[in-house]
Design a protein around this ligand. Structure first.
Ligand code: DC
Length: 227
């Protein structure tokens, strides 16, 4: 990552607001937006497309050698291609989503994807890139000038997801707690490293969450990006 590309690393659990806030920050500041979850989704698609099982680590590692991933960094045009095939929509199917858990815990796979994310951010040529996803502040970009962990109570996260999915809040809360539990085996979800700013969005609406993140960015970057 070059000095010309300040990285804004945003971590947090499902429903913390990190995706929508990160995207909006990128829009307002003219930064790139790197959705690392899309990289995990694309790899799942690629393994399934090859007829392999994502729980078969050897098959996933073999698939990585032909994993030609392109991730658009435009907040409003995030086309994802694998080997030139546009998979932007296909990576959101329930089948692809469910299969990701087959490899999220494999350190070699995470390391490989992390290297791709660092390269994409470094090559962007933009004034800044917001990289969003799990373990971004701790593993992917521990030296980023801005590192933020967004959190929210399980109740608030369940309510937000329930609104998105049109589902019952109690069921969604169960699902969120299950996912936290499964993620927590590999990822430091609630713990922020020293130097990471924690923003609890439980009591904040969208605009207030954005303000809170922009305040940290402006404090940390100061005049670096000309603002
Ligand atoms: O954020 P999302 O729902 O698009 O993420 C898809 C999956 O990828 C999810 O199961 C968690 C995993 N993921 C991860 O392990 N680390 C990341 N940095 C991003 C996503």
């Amino acid at each position: 990552m070059t000095e010309q590309t300040p990285i804004i690393a945003i971590d947090g659990p499902a429903g913390s607001g990190k995706s929508s806030v990160s995207k909006e920050i990128a829009r307002r500041r003219g930064y790139g937006y790197l959705d690392t979850g899309a990289g995990y989704r694309a790899l799942s698609w690629h393994v399934l497309h090859r007829g392999a099982d994502t729980a078969d680590t050897d098959a996933v590692l073999t698939a990585l050698t032909s994993f030609d991933l392109r991730l658009g960094l435009e907040p409003d045009d995030r086309t994802v291609t694998v080997g030139g095939v546009d998979v932007t929509r296909d990576i959101r199917t329930p089948e692809v989503t469910a299969a990701i858990s087959g490899f999220t815990r494999v350190p070699e796979v995470r390391a490989y994807l992390n290297a791709i994310f660092r390269r994409l951010a470094g090559e962007s040529g933009l004034g800044g890139v917001v990289i969003e996803g799990r373990d971004i502040t701790s593993v992917v970009a521990p030296d980023a000038p801005v590192r933020i962990l967004m959190t929210a109570s399980p109740e608030v996260r369940a309510q937000r997801r329930g609104l998105e999915w049109g589902a019952d809040a109690a069921e969604v809360k169960e699902a969120i707690l299950r996912r936290d539990e499964s993620d927590s085996h590999v990822l430091e979800l609630a713990e922020a490293d020293p130097g990471v700013d924690v923003i609890d969005t439980s009591e904040l609406d969208f605009e207030q969450s954005i303000d809170a993140v922009l305040t940290v960015i402006d404090r940390e970057l100061g005049g670096r990006d000309g603002r």
